[in-house]
Design a protein around this ligand. Structure first.
Ligand code: ATP
Length: 270
């Protein structure tokens, strides 16, 4: 049914403890958590709560995770959609989907609306008019702009969107009162990789005295998603060998495998 198609509401059980690193981004989104929890504190002094923020950074760096953690910390519903879903939709469906999403969100406010891959609908308009489906994309984008303008910022709906290409977004999206805040999320450094390993090693049965900082050192350029993959892959490799614990060598094998996968991906791109 239509309701089901649009029903993407969840209550994430993720909180800031699950997000390793990203200290600056966390500080910025903590403000959003506070808006959601205590809107009056801001509006009583005449402040306007921002309607949305754009999370900008490379794939797998925790943008979705961070958005979910905002909802989790504020204990509010989380509605999500992915920009890329719209590209394949029939005429008129994208815009009506956006309308629906916001109608539901306003009913359930305070809440978070999360739009992943917003660049898929939010690319600058009119650059490539011959591209098929362009009209549909524009309709969807226009509907999103209309919706963002159509509610007051004190209604308790905060829109978070994610992209790895803020530079290609339509300027209209970045105007005041829309996504006028950008929160940057970068690939993790050594210390952050260590912290991400610690999060993802929580459920893993490790050999005694395994040096986690060694793992962080072996994974420069890895995103949080890659590290999550390494941890899981290492556990699977160890299990296949009927081990009782996951050992350093299993991690090294997993890291090799992930590097292999990343290289393949890069080959396809270039
Ligand atoms: P994309 O741009 O590809 O959508 P994203 O930035 O939204 O990626 P997420 O989907 O949030 O990335 O990350 C994927 C998974 O990687 C998370 O569910 C989590 O398991 C892990 N991960 C990524 N970043 C972190 C982090 N900073 N701390 C802990 N885990 C992380």
């Amino acid at each position: 049914s239509k309701a089901q198609l649009f029903d993407k509401e969840t209550r994430p059980r993720v909180d800031f403890k699950d997000v390793a690193g990203l200290e600056e981004a966390k500080i910025e989104v903590m403000e959003i958590v506070d808006f959601l929890k205590n809107p009056k504190k801001y509006t009583e002094l005449g402040g306007k709560i921002p309607k949305g923020a754009l999370l900008v950074g490379p794939p797998g760096t925790g943008k979705t995770l961070l958005a979910k953690a905002v909802a989790g910390e504020a204990n509010v519903p989380f509605f999500s959609m992915s920009g890329s879903e719209f590209v394949e939709m029939f005429v008129g469906v994208g815009a009506s989907r956006v309308r629906d999403l916001f109608r539901q969100a306003k009913e359930k406010a305070p809440c978070i609306v999360f739009i992943d891959e917003i660049d898929a609908i939010g690319r600058a308009r009119g650059k490539n008019p011959s591209f098929s489906g362009n009209d549909e994309r524009e309709n969807t984008l226009n509907q999103l702009l209309t919706e963002m303008d159509g509610f007051a910022s004190n209604q308790g709906v905060i829109i978070l969107a994610a992209t790895n290409r803020a530079d290609i977004l339509d300027r209209a999206l970045l105007r005041a009162g829309r996504f006028d805040r950008q929160i940057h999320v970068e690939l993790p450094d050594l210390k952050e990789r260590l912290d991400i390993f610690k999060v993802h090693l929580r459920p893993i049965k490790l050999e005694e005295n395994l040096d986690i900082s060694f793992l962080a050192k072996q994974t420069p350029g890895f995103s949080g998603a890659d590290i999550a993959n390494v941890c899981n892959e290492a556990a699977l490799i160890a299990a296949r060998k009927n081990k009782k614990y996951v050992e350093k060598q299993d991690f090294l094998d997993a890291i090799d495998r992930i590097i292999g996968g990343l290289e393949k991906k890069n080959k396809i791109i270039s």
